[in-house]
Design a protein around this ligand. Structure first.
Ligand code: ATP
Ligand code: MG
Length: 508
């Protein structure tokens, strides 16, 4: 068998943890090879070793049968390896072309950058692979899906033959995921090889040839995807049976907790994104705001949580108008928020896990007494969250948030917000980037909050999550409500029609 990549017996340690413990990965030329494993299993670490970002303590790497030493990403590039990271690395106020050529700019005489030649090459590559982007657009003005295309173009511009995608679909909408899958197939046709990290078994089934499974840093096995069911792969990665269904009783709906009346909110470009929006969120119920990305869901949630100013309308929480309240006051009154962008609003990356757990209430009892921090209390509280939510990291509560795996950062935010058990819990894409086992647990906890009589506002792009977890679904289309339906009485088709604006429906 001809392998483009052989990673043999790789061991990579961090303080307190063997992120990779004798791991082997062999990728055939021209295949899509999936890498599957729980949050913190060591997937990103293994790929960072291949990309030259980390040096392993043990093991060797062969490219096309020849042993190589990959000292840094430049060496990886020279060997034809490119990587799209879990969190993109683009310069926001540069254009698409500028980002793509960054570091390897073609030069004219007198040291001036030859943008037009670069621009032409970018255009050629984007046409060849069906990756259309506007070469002159600024990164800050384009969607996440487009930014990802820029990352892919960046690899192709450097003639990469082996492409690493670290959870590329976590940040994409279903439509964009579909497009990305097609792009990947096109890349394979052109002879490239792909390593794909994803938590979505469906995607693995759709495009991958082989799947290598890791668990807690160790190699579990490599399977042929066509011969292996989603369930089998899930069990290999988690080490137990996983249920994909959400178990819940019928909701015992109570009083209105949050009432939104005639709300108007503008987006960052100054256009009205939420238009005359009214909706009630009740205790004991999970109400989902569904819709295709960009139909005002994000702006709505930002307005409620205080991250965005409102133009008009009322937000009434627990009988009180809260439009002008500070974020801290909203938190104190009983609003919890699992934000969409975990890096911008969710965690302070330079703080430890412990510090992040008490961000909103460190100055209160029992964490502070007479102005003195109670470290013992904070430590115990943190330990309890780490165990309940299975937050994995090298040094427990003392781990710096930045060094944690993406999924474990997400679990930490959820743990903090759910544990405070706020009257209203706003969960924006709560399970993005989580492994199937973690999703199962988080769904349980959200249902438990509901059953305690809390109101849960769920925002999700995952159809399955929308249908399985919610009680009521409100579909947003162009800033307005296109329909409100009971989750039990609807299906993917009906929701799809409402989301695309081609049908409207209201209950009652
Ligand atoms: N730079 C680092 N410093 C310290 N520990 C690290 C560092 N990078 C990763 N780790 C630890 O190594 C382990 C594996 O992390 P890694 O990011 O590879 O997981 P992953 O499989 O990609 O998980 P996820 O699905 O959540 O992205 C984790 O426990 C993480 O805390
Ligand atoms: Mg990762």
């Amino acid at each position: 068998m001809e392998y483009v990549i052989e990673m043999l017996n790789i061991t990579k340690e961090f303080p307190g943890i063997k992120a990779n413990d004798d791991v082997t990965l062999k990728v055939e030329k021209g295949e899509i090879h999936a890498l599957l494993g729980e949050n913190g299993a060591g997937k990103s670490t293994l790929m960072s070793v291949l990309f030259g970002l980390y040096q392993p303590e043990k093991g060797s790497i062969k490219i096309n049968g020849e042993q190589v030493a990959i000292a840094n990403p430049n060496v990886a590039n020279k060997h034809g390896i490119g990587m799209v990271h879990q969190h993109f690395k683009l310069v926001e106020n540069f254009t698409v072309t500028e980002n793509i050529i960054l570091g390897i700019e073609p030069m004219k005489l007198f040291g001036r950058v030859d943008i037009s030649t670069a621009r032409k090459k970018v255009q050629e590559i984007s046409e060849k692979y069906g990756l259309s982007v506007d070469p002159d657009a600024k990164i800050e003005d384009i969607s996440v899906g487009m930014q990802q295309r820029v990352e892919i173009l960046k690899m192709l511009y450097r003639d990469a033959e082996i492409l690493i995608f670290d959870e590329p679909t976590a940040v994409l909408t279903p439509q964009e995921i579909h497009e990305l899958m097609n792009i990947m197939k096109q890349l394979i046709k052109e002879g490239k090889s792909i390593i794909l990290i994803t938590h979505k078994l469906k995607e693995i089934k759709m495009v991958a040839n082989h799947c290598t499974i890791l668990r807690r840093g160790k190699y579990i096995g490599t399977v042929n995807v066509t011969d292996t069911s989603e369930k089998e792969m899930a069990e290999m990665m988690v080490g137990r049976e996983v249920s994909f269904k959400v178990d819940k009783e019928k909701a015992k709906t109570g009083d209105t907790i949050l009432s939104i009346k005639n709300l108007n909110v503008k987006n960052s470009r100054g256009l009205m994104a939420v238009k005359d929006f009214s909706l009630d969120f009740k205790s004991g119920e999970i109400t989902c705001i569904a819709g295709i990305e960009g139909n005002g869901q994000t702006e709505l949630i930002e307005a409620i949580t205080g991250l965005r100013k409102i133009e008009e309308g009322k937000i009434i929480f627990d009988g009180e108008e809260i439009e002008r309240e500070s974020i801290r006051n909203k938190t104190n009154k009983g609003i919890g928020h699992i934000p969409e962008d975990r890096h911008k609003y969710g965690l302070v990356l330079d703080f430890t896990l412990e510090e992040n757990f008490v961000l909103q209430n460190y100055y209160k009892e029992p964490f502070s007494k007479k102005g003195i921090l109670q470290f013992e209390e904070i430590k115990n509280y943190s330990q309890h969250l780490i165990e309940d939510f299975d937050v994995r990291s090298g040094k427990g509560g003392e781990t710096q948030a930045r060094s944690m795996s993406g999924g474990n950062q997400q679990k930490a935010i959820i743990a903090r917000e759910v544990e405070r058990s706020p009257k209203l819990l706003i969960a924006a894409q709560p399970t993005r980037g989580l492994d199937v086992g973690a999703i199962e647990y988080i769904h349980k906890r959200l249902v438990a909050e509901r059953d305690k009589g809390k109101a849960v506002l769920l925002m999700s792009f995952e159809m399955e999550e929308v249908l399985n977890l919610s009680d009521t679904i409100a579909v947003m289309y162009e800033g307005e409500i296109a329909g409100i339906v009971e989750a039990e009485k609807t299906n993917e088709n009906e929701l799809g029609l409402m989301m695309s604006g081609s049908s409207r429906k209201k209950v009652d």
